[in-house]
Design a protein around this ligand. Structure first.
Ligand SMILES: Cc1cc2nc3c(=O)[nH]c(=O)nc-3n(C[C@H](O)[C@H](O)[C@H](O)COP(=O)(O)OP(=O)(O)OC[C@H]3O[C@@H](n4cnc5c(N)ncnc54)[C@H](O)[C@@H]3O)c2cc1C
Length: 305
């Protein structure tokens, strides 16, 4: 049982969101509350609704551009971490939505369970990954999910959803149109060879380290979505290739720059504002549309006022 009054006492004011987002830019949350359990998460949402306050659920902050003027209302940072539940008989693993995706990959590897390796190195939480159907190396979180416990904010109803509910698509789910809070998620597991799992994770991590910005350099991962497959092809075309052909790697606005190793990454070496990032993104879109007639679409989410 979570006491609302105790939760309220933990609400802090004017908290800079740059500290909680991987881009490390943007303004402050008017009010900020970090929750540590699934029950606290549900109660925090209920509390914001009861107070008629706008609220935003922050996961790992790894897919966001927070506006320079910040976020009105309450930002609920989801660090829920109830103990995970492994059911070896049925091959199911249930985990809190506030757990890091990397933790899920580690837990699976620790139990010799395969299938999660492609998610190695994707920052953020389990909840954020499901919201945007995160993925890499041809696999997405949707391929592993068997169900989730959701909170419908408008009614407070808590229910079990199956994968069909999410209407997963490329970097998208129904939750983008029909907001629900993911409290926890259950994944299908299959036994694998522990050494092979670890080797694959190390291999993927090495590939990611070679092309992604180093720790300490702000970014939100791939800025634009990859493009639909060319006629007769099955794989999406990398937005980075098109951007590179357009000369994106030379482009910058203020402190926001295109990363020299990967044209689909906008990076912040410390001085960028959200306005710089938005202006650079607009220039990139204009350039690519002008040269190739391709309309790039952001994978990152702009939030705030
Ligand atoms: C270096 C780097 C590499 C990356 N590589 C990849 C990659 O390979 N593949 C990929 O897909 N992405 C990648 N990303 C992007 C990012 O990591 C993913 O989009 C990630 O899944 C976002 O999760 P998050 O917890 O950080 O979500 P946040 O950025 O905090 O939030 C994103 C959205 O999810 C919603 N949300 C968060 N938690 C919940 C919840 N419990 N219930 C309902 N909604 C929720 C938020 O409200 C928000 O609308 C990368 C990012 C970086 C910085």
């Amino acid at each position: 049982m979570v006491e609302r009054s105790a939760l309220k006492k933990r609400v802090r004011q004017s908290i800079p969101l740059r500290e909680f987002t991987t881009f490390r830019l943007g303004g402050s949350a008017e009010l900020f509350l970090e929750v540590e359990t699934e029950a606290e998460l549900a109660e925090a949402v209920a509390m914001a609704r009861a107070d008629g306050m706008p609220w935003f659920l922050l996961g790992g902050g790894s897919n966001l551009v927070v506006s320079d003027r910040g976020m009105p209302g309450l930002v609920i940072r989801n660090a829920s971490r109830d103990p995970e539940r492994l059911d070896p008989e049925r091959g199911l693993l249930t985990i809190s939505s506030g757990r890091k995706l990397g933790y899920l990959v580690e837990v699976a590897a620790g139990h010799g369970l395969t299938g999660f390796e492609p998610m190695t190195g994707i920052p953020g939480t389990v909840g954020g990954a499901i919201y945007g159907n995160a993925g890499a190396y041809g696999r997405t979180i949707a391929d592993l999910l068997v169900g989730a416990t959701l909170l419908e904010p408008s009614t407070g109803r808590i229910f079990e959803a199956d994968p069909a509910f999410f209407e997963f698509a490329y970097r998208s789910s129904r939750l983008k149109r029909d907001p629900h809070v993911i409290l926890n998620a259950t994944f299908r597991t299959s036994p694998g060879d522990p050494a092979a799992i670890r080797a694959e994770m190390a291999n993927i991590m090495a590939q990611r380290n070679a092309k992604h910005p180093p720790l300490g350099v702000g970014s939100a991962g791939s800025f634009f979505k990859n493009l639909p497959p060319a006629p007769g092809e099955t794989r999406r075309r990398a937005a980075g290739e098109v951007l590179e052909k357009a000369g994106a790697k030379e482009m910058a606005v203020g402190g926001a720059k295109v990363f020299h190793k990967h044209a689909n990454f906008i990076v912040n070496y410390g001085e960028a504002t959200a306005a710089d990032v938005r202006a650079l993104a607009a220039q990139l879109k204009e350039r690519v549309f002008g040269l190739f007639g391709i309309a790039l679409e952001e994978e990152v989410l702009y939030i705030g006022i």
